[in-house]
Design a binder for this molecule. Structure first.
Ligand code: SF4
Length: 278
């Protein structure tokens, strides 16, 4: 049984980020989400460059959103001062929406029940037709291995949430797992993709996995530090955990298998969720 101070709050909302933190390091989950420990050590040694890339990612996501809701591409292109972002946006215009169904919902948030809690997914784009695509724009320099992305909680959570709650986007009609494909799209690699179809067996396996993680978190009376100490070099809590003082090199982080400039790693509260709620 969890001690009082590390009990999950009743209104806790799980996301791919918090579950990924738990799987990567239970202690990080406890510090970040249960104890809400602020510990603003830099993740990498070159924070200026790191933040610059985060900003580039944000600008790219905003441009794509604006384009999908109808702003003309040439107007948007005129106002991109950054060469990388311009190149990414050109790649997107060339092939980002190839074969993507016409009913497009950019920047959608969906929450579904997970046990007695909620599970949230914030999609870059959901496109509905006979096939239902989840597209996630990944502006990382590195294109990870497919096997790695298959295990990522984002891949598990997004397809699961859309199956459970997608009727809210689909005129009340449920979306079958077999209709869904999750597609990571890499503008820095000329629009290469890593795609994951879905089916009922995988949905059931994902549900068992997610509920298993939830049960494990609820049953814990302690949250151990990860055994994989290489994670700590890029973790803001490393000196608190006595796992070193110096931030890891940005270059090493970028070649780290898990490096991912993900923009939805934000803290959640009830005001931020549910443009659409299950
Ligand atoms: S420094 Fe290491 S052990 Fe501590 S929370 Fe971060 S990843 Fe976990």
């Amino acid at each position: 049984m969890m001690p009082h101070e590390t009990r999950l709050p009743e209104d806790f909302i799980f996301s791919q980020s918090s579950l990924q933190d738990y799987v990567d390091c239970p202690r990080r989950f406890e510090l970040k989400y249960l104890l809400r420990q602020r510990y603003p050590a830099p993740e990498v040694d070159n924070m200026l460059e790191f933040e610059h890339h985060m900003e580039q990612g944000e600008v790219f996501h905003r441009l794509v959103h604006q384009h999908i809701i109808g702003l003309p591409a040439d107007l948007l292109q005129k106002h991109i001062p950054d060469a990388d972002v311009r190149r990414w946006f050109d790649a997107y215009l060339q092939s980002g929406l190839s074969g993507v169904p016409e009913r497009r919902y950019p920047e959608q948030t969906l929450t579904v029940p997970l046990g007695e809690y909620l599970l949230l997914a914030k999609f870059d784009l959901v496109a509905l037709g006979e096939q239902v695509l989840i597209i996630d724009w990944k502006t990382s320099h590195k294109r990870p291995r497919r096997e790695w992305m298959a295990k990522k909680l984002q891949t598990v959570v997004y397809r699961y949430v859309l199956t459970k709650g997608g009727a809210a986007l689909n005129g009340g009609q449920p979306i079958a797992p077999e209709q869904i494909e999750m597609r990571y799209w890499y503008p820095d690699h000329a629009g290469e993709t890593i795609a994951f179809p879905y089916d009922t067996a995988q949905f059931q396996a994902d549900e068992a996995y997610l509920l298993g993680l939830l049960a494990e978190i609820e049953a814990r009376d302690s949250f151990p530090l990860t055994d994989e100490a290489q994670r700590c070099a890029f973790c803001t809590y490393r000196s608190l955990c006595d796992r070193g003082r110096e931030a890891g090199h940005l270059a090493d982080w970028e070649s780290f298998e898990e490096a991912d400039f993900d923009l939805d790693d934000w803290s959640l509260n009830m005001d931020q969720i549910a443009e659409i709620e299950f």
